[in-house]
Ligand binder design. Structure first.
Ligand code: F0G
Length: 491
């Protein structure tokens, strides 16, 4: 009997990871006592806790924390760190054209259309500094601005407006809760298109819990913006994860390749900012890319030269833009891996499995799961206990998780996005109160993440005993979650 026939008759089993460990790094074992003492010494601020002592999973961010592939490590050696026009510059240009479309990176174009920066936010800063000079009372609408994007818009005297989909907070079972509220965008543009220099779409919508954006929504937003003569931009950090959701869940895309879907997504954009620390699978790097001779170019002809000026002042020669020539090579290689289907199936599947495990433990996590993180609803977690909003239960929870179990997550809720009014002594709170468990790419195995859900479950079972915290420093500072210190308080 033929072997292929024999195998056909056998049942299928669960798949392995699409890669194997090429090199591993042993963690430093720590004790709960060591971690607790250290955490107290940094005022319970998990951002200031030494990463070396995180003996569990470090889920603080999925940004810059990717485990690189053997090809990325090898590419570092191929990197050329020349001051002008290093090898990686040309390879990255080719790869950006290949991944996003031929119009987005022309080497040494005059005027320039591709700008490298050391990460995402300096690209945002350069863009919004230039845009902010174009007029007064300007508004930049988005499906959900990331906090640095919002801060860079506001720092340049403009209004950052997040038009979240009505599905995001509602009970809808939409798979594209990251969409832009296009009806709200329509109203805004009808009323004041002249004050809108750019429309932004963040893919996936990080502030909207990592939820993806549908192709239809991108198309509709682009049509609306273009109808009013306004360029559409992407904040493209997690473009590949977004494309995977489109392939899985949007009708008409199931048979298309990820590369085709990405190209179609970017066919709607006149430009994009990106942090390569996410779907670039790199540890460093960012950029700003403009469609050559596109709407942005035509409308704001002075901006490209201004952007190059900003690169030279702050980042170095534009051909490396603050990223070392070696790191540029890892981005080139990372972009190739990021759109591989077996990689994305594993990546998104791992986050989903982690979320489902939490759900199975009856933990109040946000569903459906997004691409890069699982979000725990702190208010529901402490439901029925004495924890009040200004007790900052999310801070208590992340501190205990780290001290007791060695896992690091971050509060993105009432403390991170709330504000204290020193005059009244009152706090104002954002709509959601979450702890985010961001999953670094290619770094952890299922067993690691299972330990996290077990730990959160254990804390949930003891939630009555979790004390509040009070801020001992930094409660009034902007971006206070990075700076504040706390101590556990008696009730
Ligand atoms: N835009 C989005 C959607 C982001 O998620 C981030 C970073 C940035 C822009 C800024 O990029 O860090 O390279 O300057 N997000 C990280 C996070 C920090 O943990 O979500 P950057």
């Amino acid at each position: 009997m033929e072997l292929t026939k024999l195998v056909e008759g056998l049942p299928s089993v669960s798949a392995t990871r699409p890669y194997f460990n090429h090199a591993v790094e042993f963690k430093r074992p720590t004790t709960t006592e060591e971690r607790a003492r250290m955490l107290e010494s940094v005022g319970l601020n998990v951002f200031m806790f030494p990463a070396e002592l995180v003996s569990g999973c470090d889920l603080l961010s999925d940004s810059g924390t990717t485990t690189m592939t053997n090809k990325q490590w090898a590419s570092l050696h191929e990197g050329d760190v020349s001051y002008g026009s290093n090898r990686g510059y040309y390879l990255l240009a080719r790869q950006v054209r290949e991944t996003f479309g031929p119009e987005f990176f022309t080497e040494h174009a005059a005027p320039p259309n591709a700008f490298l920066f050391h990460q995402g936010r300096p690209a945002e800063s350069a863009l919004f500094t230039a845009i902010g000079r174009l007029g007064r009372n300007l508004t930049i609408p988005s499906n959900g601005h990331f906090d640095t994007t919002q801060a860079n818009i506001e720092a340049n005297g403009m209004r950052a407006l997040s038009l979240f989909s009505p599905d995001l907070n509602g009970g809808s079972d939409s798979r594209f809760k990251g969409d832009m509220d296009v009806d709200a965008l329509k109203k805004l543009l009808q009323a004041s298109a002249a004050n809108v220099p750019l429309v932004f779409i963040t893919i996936t919508n990080n502030t909207g819990w990592g939820q993806p954006v549908s192709m239809q929504n991108m198309r509709e937003a682009a049509e609306l913006a273009h109808h009013h003569g306004i360029p559409l931009f992407f904040d493209a950090c997690r473009f590949a994860e977004n494309a995977w959701f489109i392939k899985q869940h949007e009708s008409g895309y199931g048979k298309k390749s990820i590369s085709e879907i990405v190209r179609e997504m970017f066919s709607h954009a006149d430009g994009f900012t990106i942090s390569f620390k996410k779907d670039g699978l790199a540890n460093m790097g960012g950029g700003l890319f403009l469609r050559r001779n596109g709407l942005f170019f035509k409308k704001y002809p002075a901006v490209p030269d201004e952007l190059i000026g900003s690169q030279i002042l702050k980042e170095g020669n534009p051909t490396y833009g603050g990223i070392s020539g070696r790191d540029i090579m890892t981005i080139v290689e990372g972009l190739k891996t990021a759109t591989r289907e077996e990689y994305l199936a594993h990546r998104i599947g791992q986050v989903r499995q982690f979320g489902e495990r939490m759900l199975g433990e009856k933990l109040p996590v946000v569903t459906p799961f997004g691409g890069h993180a699982v979000y725990l609803d702190v208010n529901k977690f402490f439901d029925g206990t004495k924890m009040r909003p200004d007790d900052f239960g999310g801070i208590s929870l992340t501190a205990l998780l780290l001290a007791a179990y060695g896992h690091r997550a971050c509060e993105l809720g009432y403390f991170a996005f709330g504000k204290h009014d020193p005059k009244t002594g009152k706090e104002s709170f954002p709509p959601n109160n979450f702890v985010r468990f961001a999953v670094p790419r290619l770094r952890y195995e299922q067993q690691d993440l299972e330990s996290v859900s077990e730990a959160v479950k254990a804390l949930h079972e003891s939630r009555d005993k979790i004390p509040p915290v009070k801020a001992t420093y930094g409660r009034d500072l902007p971006l206070r979650h990075f700076k504040a210190r706390f101590e556990f308080a008696a009730r």
